[in-house]
Design a protein around this ligand. Structure first.
Ligand code: M6R
Length: 352
């Protein structure tokens, strides 16, 4: 059942601290700073990694790709339906990772099969034991999110991000002890966001807008895309996400006093630049909601602040996303949408 919540989505958002703990269990030795993923035993460090995925799982790929690149591993993410193994460089050092909660998404399966035929090693990063992806790939790494009923992917995204964080550390020559420490603290960070009830008020105050925009830089750019996807999926409102620097290259033309902008403002050097983008939209009258770990410096520039705890830049997107999940949820709730079963969508898309 829904454990007392009105919707599965709300319940699944609340389950994230537990899901993250389950994902980490037995896989991290913080003291030695090591990650152990027996599923990958014997796998050689790939010369390059290609992520193939759809929707929210695609956004997880964009997140994971950055972690790998930063560790010197070439990585690229593809929308699975656009992936053609004949058009990308593949050799026996290529690892193709299908990120798919359900393990049944037709587009992702086709991409994985094509990659396998072309000689890549394939890895399924999935939530569902014995799913098609788990059975057909050379390797499988479970994200351990537990069953997700709501069509909107929430806890599975957090679990994908955490699993990708582990994967990045496992594939790299050296693991980052500080990164692992922050991953261990992540359930607490997420819990503190869940305990803070400010998001509902913000969402309700903004429920009457023409459209919603989401911006973020660097590690937070994928979360901007994800925030917009979640909002459009369950609220039926127009929402778009961009890397913050792209605003001025077109989307700014759409910004009015009736298009709230959600800005993830975090990540040291990136903060000043994102504040610059915030000021650009405010000059057009748009109300800005900052999701930030630095409320003191950011609050003077924005109408609303949704605070997140301070952590490493690579962990921020996991926490910030929880605020955006809550924004989407409360906005859809204010509009009385059928949150768990949005029109026209299925939990698992098994057609090409
Ligand atoms: O099961 P998968 O992770 O392969 O599903 C991919 C997408 O269909 C899925 O993430 C979809 O975008 C969600 N409904 C978004 O909330």
């Amino acid at each position: 059942g829904k454990s007392g919540y009105d919707h599965y989505m709300r319940k699944e958002i609340a389950e994230q601290p537990r899901a993250i703990r389950d994902c980490l269990r037995g896989r991290v030795t913080e003291l030695e700073g090591t990650v152990s993923l027996p599923e990958l035993e014997g796998l050689e460090t790939p010369s390059s990694v290609q992520f193939v995925a759809c929707g929210t799982s695609y956004h997880a790929g964009l997140f994971g790709e950055r972690l790998l690149r930063r560790r010197g591993i070439h990585a690229q993410t593809f929308v699975a339906s656009e992936y053609d193994a004949a058009e990308v460089p593949i050799d026996d050092g290529t690892l193709v990772v299908g990120i798919t909660q359900s393990g049944e998404t037709a587009d992702t399966m086709r991409a994985l099969r094509g990659a396998g035929r072309a000689g890549a090693t394939t890895l399924a990063l999935t939530n569902v034991v014995a799913s098609s992806a788990a059975r057909e790939c050379d390797r499988v790494l479970y994200i351990r999110a537990g069953p997700e009923i709501s069509v909107a992917a929430t806890k599975s995204f957090a679990s994908q991000q955490v699993t990708l964080s582990l994967l990045a550390n496992a594939l790299a020559d050296t693991t980052s002890r500080a990164h692992l420490r922050e991953l261990r603290r992540l359930p607490e960070y997420v819990q503190s966001v869940l305990d803070d009830t400010g998001t509902r008020e913000v969402a309700e105050a903004l429920a009457d807008a023409d459209a919603y925009f989401f911006i973020g830089r660097g590690d937070n750019a994928p979360v901007a895309l994800e925030g917009a996807l979640k909002l459009k999926e369950i609220s039926y409102e127009h929402a778009e996400g961009f890397p913050a620097g792209e605003l001025k290259h077109g989307p700014l033309a759409l910004v009015t006093p009736n298009t709230p902008v959600f800005a993830i403002v975090s990540g040291r050097s990136k903060t000043a630049e994102t504040i610059g983008n915030v000021n650009e939209v405010r000059a057009r009258g748009a109300p800005v909601v900052a999701v930030t770990d630095d409320p003191e410096s950011v609050a003077p520039h924005t109408e609303y602040v949704l605070e997140i705890p301070e952590t490493r830049p690579s962990v921020v997107p996991i926490v910030a996303n929880v605020q955006l999940q809550l924004v989407a949820y409360w906005l859809a709730n204010a509009l009385d949408r059928p949150i768990d079963r949005p029109r026209n969508l299925a939990k698992s898309v098994t057609v090409l």
